[in-house]
Structures are given as C-alpha cells and as structure tokens.
Design a protein around this ligand. Structure first.
Ligand code: DGL
Length: 268
C-alpha cells in the first residue's frame, strides 16, 4: 500500500497528520516538514510554490500515492503548482477546500471569519471560496500567533495578549464561526474561544481534511494490499533542531521521532 505523503512548512501540519492517522489507522504515512524554509506565511507566492513543488516531488520519489498539503499558506498559494507537479493519478488534498465545504454543509448564509498567516489571507482564496458558497468572509492575518505557539507560548499571557490584540474589541462579534486557517491554531483553540462571544464556533479543519482524504483515496484503500499490521510512519524535516524535535511532541500529541532529510537540489 502506497504511503500518504503529508507536508507542511514545519511541524504544525502534524495536527493534520494526527487526524489522518486516526481516520485511516494503520495506513503508512510519510510526513515532511520544511523546517529549513519556514515560515511560509511570510514568503511570496512564488517562493511558496517553489518549496511546495520540491517537497511534493520528494514525497512522490519516496513512493507516496497521495498528498495532503497540511499547510494553509501552501494550500492557498501553491495548490495548482503542486497538482500539476503530482500529475493526474495522484490525489492531492488541501486544507482550505474541505473546511469551506464543511462550513457550507453546516451554515445557510451569513458571515464566516478566517484567521491565518499573511500569505494565506493575502492570497484571498478562503475569501473567494466562501463568497462562491454564498457567505460573507471576514478575514484577518494573525501572523505572530504561529511563531508564539511554536515557541511554546500557549495557554499563557503571551498568547492571550496576542489573541486579544488580534481578535479583541468585537472584531469578530458578527460572525457565526471562525475557520482556524493555520495548522498551529488548534493548539490555542480554547484561548481563542474564550476571547469570542459564545455563539462563535471555531472550525479546526484537521478532521474534515482527514475525511476528505479518506474519500479521495477510497479506491486505493479498497484496491490496495492488506493493511499493514504495524503502523509505518516516518516524520522527516529538512532541518532538524532540538526545538523542532521537542515541539513535534506537542503538535502530534504523542511521542514521535523526527529524521532530517536535506533538500539538496533546492536553490535557496
Ligand atoms: N503551517 C503554516 C500554515 O498553516 C503556518 C506556519 C508558517 O507560516 O510556515 O499556514
């Protein structure tokens, strides 16, 4: 059975990898975090496309039969490039479309909030899909949140102050729900919720992305060989440091070991 390739700019996409491993237990997974080049959220669309395509190719070279773009910045800026690099036989699941589809299945009309990196919000893709689905989009870039969480500043004064600065003063009082448009934000979902009126629901796309992947690779699951008895999961990063190794445990919510795999042919 071909592994599922999951990638992100760093370790935040492990929140999606976790949901995938729960939704499709036992299926081999290769995770790739491009820690040498993060944050993607501060890069241009051109650079995000270059990095993303390089990693997609790496995962396909490692034998992956499907790809999950577990990064909102890459999903919003590089999906077409990734899909054309992958070719027609490889299902490519992003994190934006399943979240908007879920909103559409749950809400009739009205305002939906989105928070994410600068690159995600500047691409306008969430906003476009929400408009096409009949919603009003209220989008805001919250760039410092991801790096604060990565530094371990969660559930404390630093994250609270940032959340208040970005979401305070009733900025999102009129929305029905807010999409957590960054792989890091589920780790501070309770703090974000506490800043918002109780009617505002938070949407963490990890589980809906895992379900979208499950449907997209249904054929591979049915047609494939028997499910491997032991879980075979690899977690690769393009630059391994102690802080990424420690942070990975928090994002995956259980102990994992990162291995370094340099992207040698990428021009920096
Ligand atoms: N993983 C990125 C995202 O979901 C956030 C971190 C970054 O900027 O690289 O957009």
């Amino acid at each position: 059975m071909k592994p599922i390739g999951i990638f992100d700019s760093g370790i935040g996409g492990l929140t999606v990898a976790r949901a995938v491993s729960e939704a499709i237990p036992g299926h081999p997974i290769v995770y790739f975090g491009d820690t040498a080049h993060l944050p993607y959220g501060e890069k241009s669309a051109t650079l995000i496309q270059r990095y993303s395509v390089r990693i997609a190719r790496e995962l396909l070279d490692l034998g992956c039969g499907s790809l999950v773009v577990a990064c909102n910045s890459a999903s919003s800026n590089a999906l077409d490039a990734i899909r054309s690099a992958a070719g027609p036989g490889i299902p490519v699941i992003d994190v934006v479309t399943p979240a908007v589809n879920w909103v559409q299945s749950k809400y009739e009309r009205g305002a939906i909030g989105v928070i994410g990196t600068r690159a995600t919000i500047a691409s306008g893709w969430y906003q476009q899909l929400l408009h096409e689905a009949g919603f009003t989009a209220q989008a805001k870039a919250t760039p410092l949140l991801a790096s604060a969480i990565e530094e371990g500043f969660q559930h404390g004064r630093v994250s609270s102050a940032l959340i208040e600065a970005y979401l305070g003063e009733g900025a999102f009082d009129s929305v029905q729900a807010i999409i957590l448009g960054c792989t890091h934000y589920p780790l501070i979902a309770d703090q974000i919720s506490a800043q918002l009126p109780s009617h505002v629901e938070l949407i963490d796309s990890a589980n809906v992305v895992a379900q979208a992947l499950r449907s997209a690779i249904q054929e591979q699951l049915v047609d494939g060989a028997e499910i491997p008895s032991s879980t075979s999961q690899r977690f690769l990063v393009s630059d391994l440091t102690d802080s990424f190794a420690r942070g990975a445990q928090r994002f995956y919510a259980s102990p994992i070991t990162l291995q370094e795999r340099k992207l040698s042919s990428l021009l920096d």
